[in-house]
Ligand binder design. Structure first.
Ligand SMILES: [Zn+2]
Ligand SMILES: [Zn+2]
Length: 380
């Protein structure tokens, strides 16, 4: 018997919340659309573990050493007693625990939700865009329009179970002879059989297909956002209504800009003379080349803010700032003439005539605060 706790990597006394978290993490990790088809079995294991541990009744059974997903019980279809294995059926019927005969499983089932991931550029987060996403999932079988029938003939009542989807058999146990209810093998619990199943989908009404989906990524989207595309998920058995498609968005780091909320940050290296005398220059932005005015007397780590060149606020028209950080480059190799000019400057400069020792303190003295300190200040 599989250890579902081990599958989800949680302890036996894990809370419902822990189980949900572990499941969410693993289902993302092993989803065949993300991890590849070779992880399909692993993905199924994770799902069946969650199915048991997220249901208080099934979890109790499992803790008592009974696997609610054991074969012979119509594993994990979620249809009442058809879910439970022989032993549980025996006990529940023997003790009258209130589980009746299973109902036939409808041929048409709602489709499950699907999960995909999409990585976008920072520029997409700034302006938003429509992105193409290729997914492979169950879609309606075109050959039978989802009916599962090759010639359009209606399903017929199963002659073995007479439409109940279940068959009874006598089981011997330590408690004596008992009746056990099993899923009807002929119709797999549907209560009906298809006289001429569609050869394309083997009567399932759906097939795996590659689809190209357009995802509207809104401006201002954050890294790690999960978008929901209603009705774009997997089509169900028998051509049942499609589930939803969830798309996890990753915003890729950019070489030129760092995002902080709705602001963008970039760093430019400028010559000492620009900082001292002031300078007008241009930088590249997501909105093309823009003018930047460096004020005279700029200090290392000073910033120049360009309004409205940051990230668009989600669901709003406004945009954040582009904050340009100044890195002042101090010349290292000077010609004789340059050296003389700097020496002359030192002679003239009042600031250079320090009284022997420089000013000293336990904190940075520069009037410009460091980048991170500024950020902390801005968000406090
Ligand atoms: Zn049957
Ligand atoms: Zn078909």
């Amino acid at each position: 018997m599989a250890d579902y706790y081990e599958t989800l990597g949680v302890s036996r006394d894990a809370s419902d919340d822990d189980i949900k978290k572990a499941y969410r993490k693993l289902s993302r990790k092993y989803h065949p659309d993300i991890a590849g088809p070779e992880f399909e079995d692993k993905f199924k294991e994770v799902n069946s573990a969650y199915e048991v541990l997220s249901d208080p009744d099934k979890r109790r059974m499992f803790n008592q050493g009974i696997d609610p997903n054991a074969p012979g019980g119509g594993a994990g279809t979620g249809y009442g007693a058809a879910d439970f294995g022989d032993i549980f059926n025996m006990f529940s019927q023997g003790f009258g625990a209130g589980f009746g005969s299973p109902n036939p499983i409808p041929r048409t089932q709602p489709g499950r939700d699907s999960l995909a991931s999409l990585s976008v550029e920072l520029k997409t987060a700034v302006f938003g865009s429509k992105e193409k996403l290729d997914v492979r999932m169950y879609a309606v079988c075109d050959d039978c329009n989802g009916s599962g029938s090759a010639d359009g003939s209606a399903p017929q009542t199963c002659p073995d179970c007479h439409g109940t989807g279940a068959v009874q058999r006598v089981v011997r146990s330590i408690l004596g002879q008992m009746m056990s209810t099993d899923t009807c093998p002929r119709c797999e619990g549907h209560g009906t059989i298809l006289p001429h199943p569609c050869p394309t989908c083997n009567g399932h009404g759906r097939v795996q297909k590659q689809r190209s989906i357009t995802v509207s990524v809104p401006a201002g989207i954050q890294d790690g956002t999960r978008l929901r595309l209603s009705g774009q998920g997997e089509v169900g058995e028998g051509g049942g209504p499609a589930g939803d498609l969830y798309v996890d968005i990753t915003v890729r780091p950019d070489d030129t800009f760092t995002r902080d909320g709705n602001d963008l940050h970039c760093w430019i290296r400028i010559p000492m003379t620009w900082a001292v005398l002031g300078h007008k220059t241009q930088i590249d932005t997501f909105d093309g080349e823009q003018d930047v005015t460096i004020p005279a007397g700029s200090q290392p780590d000073d910033t120049v803010s360009l309004e409205n060149l940051g990230v668009t606020r989600l669901n709003r028209e406004e945009r954040g700032k582009l904050i340009v950080h100044l890195e002042v480059s101090i010349p290292q190799k000077l010609s004789n003439q340059e050296k003389k000019l700097i020496s002359d400057f030192e002679e003239l400069s009042k600031e250079s005539k320090l009284d022997g020792k420089p000013q000293q303190a336990s904190k940075p003295l520069n009037k410009a605060k460091g980048f991170f300190e500024k950020l902390r200040h801005a968000f406090s």
